[in-house]
Design a protein around this ligand. Sequence first.
Ligand SMILES: Cc1cc2nc3c(=O)[nH]c(=O)nc-3n(C[C@H](O)[C@H](O)[C@H](O)COP(=O)(O)OP(=O)(O)OC[C@H]3O[C@@H](n4cnc5c(N)ncnc54)[C@H](O)[C@@H]3O)c2cc1C
Length: 446
Amino acid sequence: MPDDQYKRRVVIVGGGFAGLGCARRLADHDDVHVTLIDRNNYHQFQPLLYQVATSLLAASDIAHSLREVFADQDNVDVKLAEISAVDTATKTVTSTDGETWTGDALVLAAGSQPNFFGTPGAPEYSFPLYSLDNATNLRSRILGLLEQVDRNPRLIERGALNFVIVGGGPTGVEVAGAIADMINMTVPAEYHDFDPGDARIYLVDHGDALLKPFSDKAHAYVAKVLTDRNVQLRLGTGVEEVGPGHARFSDGAVVPTRCVIWGGGISAAPVATNCGLAQGRGGRIDAQPDLTYAGTPGVYVVGDIANIRGTDGEPLPQLGSVALQSGTTAADNILAEFNGKTRNDFAYKDKGIMAMIGRGAAIAEVGKNHHEVHGQLAHMAWLGVHASLMTGTRDKMEAIIDWGWDRFTKTGGPHVLDRGDAAEINWDDDPAVTSSDTPATTPTNS
Ligand SMILES: Cc1cc2nc3c(=O)[nH]c(=O)nc-3n(C[C@H](O)[C@H](O)[C@H](O)COP(=O)(O)OP(=O)(O)OC[C@H]3O[C@@H](n4cnc5c(N)ncnc54)[C@H](O)[C@@H]3O)c2cc1C
């Protein structure tokens, strides 16, 4: 269709689960033109970032070209741009390099960013796990540490094998379990000049249980699986400061470490503050039940950037399924507006929640009655669900081959160090731990 033949134009900011869900639904309508804008030209599958960080999957397995998704749809244009300003009155967005896009409808789906809760040093020295760049950066740090310790095992005394993971939600639990599997199984086979038993993995959380949304039985199960794999749980404890070579806990302990992983929380993407829209909990933009902003026709907020409520009025969690379904409902409401029909309220269909803990161990809460399964069965369900949610067939096949290979060989993926900056470590840059070769206060194993 010639460009001027489209009856209506929709601008979507963000090609994550929410933006993609919205664009896909609109793409089926030939008279609607969609401009999908993202600062990356790919969709990243966040639930599997920790597997890239721990070398189980390749980065290309979890990133899918947005252009490829819409290659057969002439009415969808993908634009690579970072949006820095939003004018909801004119439904116009402006990029950092000054280009503007205006639509008859505007969808804000720019996701989240890590929330460091003002912890000193955390933004500079910790490793968040929110984007593909974060995941490859963390992988470089983990592999860089292993290579350096292999040449100089005395670095272990300076915390080179201490991993501190902040946050006992799914991100923290999954990454702690994956690092433990790596240290217990893969590293001993590949590194022969140091003892992986000297590694210490700390999982730190303010609360009194891991994976809070699950049952007490699940809390006990996850704690047992992780402690059996030598993860030290520090519940009721916070990380109060991060330095280049240490983490300070709220109980006063100072752990020498070159790898603090931040899974401590998220807030709305920075663009939320540039919209001039009222921000609520977590800096997120409050969505009306029909996903519009303050009932403004044609302006929608969906996915992690928005505070979305369920039909019971309770806030919905920041989940891929909420993002995807809210994107699709926003598209339906945009089409309803274009056709002079009434917008519908968003009704989230909760299909359950699941979390991976490590090899052969997961928790899944599924079905109407939230039936909970643990162990191998949940592990297989987790793999199946995540493979089915991945965007491209090739990505699914590659991930399934990698998972199958790891399951039977227990070798993980290739430990290929790509020499990013994170692999370079200055061992003398932290006064808290460099005064001697002896470690600072390290909590005892529990
Ligand atoms: C480590 C981790 C593990 C998770 N595990 C699970 C899980 O197991 N199950 C589950 O359901 N959920 C999980 N989640 C949550 C889930 O991934 C999110 O809820 C979901 O990705 C939100 O989708 P979204 O589209 O709102 O945002 P995102 O997926 O974050 O997408 C936002 C997009 O907007 C783009 N963007 C941001 N700012 C701009 C800008 N200014 N200009 C242009 N583009 C911009 C970004 O590049 C990105 O592509 C996990 C999240 C993380 C971080």
